[in-house]
Design a protein around this ligand. Structure first.
Ligand SMILES: [Zn+2]
Ligand SMILES: [Zn+2]
Length: 252
């Protein structure tokens, strides 16, 4: 019998943090052990960049090459959640470093960290420009209400570029998803047949793989499972292959 989406743990968690992010509380080893205990197959290390206090240094992508590809049964995909520093679209990690990543998320962490978001149209424009960076695979939590944007425009640009939309478990309100931006975003992905990655945004190892809120939301709207690239490691590896082809011949 096919499992209901709400009962599925994605085999690859595409958004996790470790202690090097500055305000996360588990190590790479602990996150991998937690993933293995849930019979998962992989996780993306997506460490915060230096643009927020305590974030990992700009040379993290190069440094991550010291981490093995496999830790126990878990495939460790090297990645970062870089910061969009303002509406001019500057990132806090240079392309020379981004080129080493296997998975790149770019996020606008406005408020509290000296990073200021713009108007809805400015934020939309910066998200679209950021998606066009070849090393960036997705925008982190674009449904974050503090950074208003045109979610449909973001979905359509990701589709045009063959990139992903991140559906972030932490953006689903604990008291229900009715009327939430998270629901609106997921519905737009369904409407446009847009591929997504479901990430937990884990800042502690017990959160790794726990995407229940988002998976329950997706089940409620009959979201096509084949659009979720990280449900299985084979699905995610297929995206990785596509990414390598996309990046072939691109130099910094
Ligand atoms: Zn964080
Ligand atoms: Zn974030």
């Amino acid at each position: 019998m096919i499992k209901k989406l709400s009962e599925v743990i994605p085999e690859v968690d595409t958004h996790t943090h470790t202690v090097i992010s500055g305000h996360a509380w588990s190590t790479v080893t602990e996150n991998c052990a937690a993933a293995a205990a849930k019979q998962m197959k992989g996780l993306c290390l997506t460490e915060h960049g230096p643009g927020i206090p305590g974030g990992a240094p700009y040379f993290t992508p190069h440094s991550q090459m010291m981490i093995p590809e496999m830790i126990g049964p878990i495939r460790v995909y090297k990645g970062m959640e870089v910061n969009i520093l303002g509406i001019d679209g500057r990132l806090d990690v240079p392309d020379k470093q981004l080129q080493y990543l296997e998975f790149g998320i770019a996020s606008f962490h406005a408020g509290g960290a000296g990073i200021v978001a713009g108007t809805e149209s400015e934020n939309t424009e910066v998200y679209i420009k950021t998606l066009q960076n070849p090393w960036i695979d997705t925008i982190g939590h674009a449904d974050e209400p503090r950074v208003p944007c045109d979610l449909e425009a973001v979905v359509l640009e990701a589709k045009r570029l063959g990139k992903l939309i991140e559906l972030n478990n932490k953006r689903v309100p604990a008291d229900g998803f009715e009327g939430s931006r998270a629901l609106e975003y997921a519905l737009l992905c369904k409407k446009h047949n847009q591929r997504v990655c479901v990430g937990t945004d884990a800042h502690f190892h017990t959160m790794v793989g726990d995407a229940r809120r988002m998976m329950t939301l997706l089940e409620s709207i009959d979201f096509p499972p084949e659009l979720i690239v990280n449900l299985t490691i084979e699905g995610f590896e297929a995206y990785m292959q596509e990414r390598r082809e996309r990046l072939q011949g691109i130099t910094v």
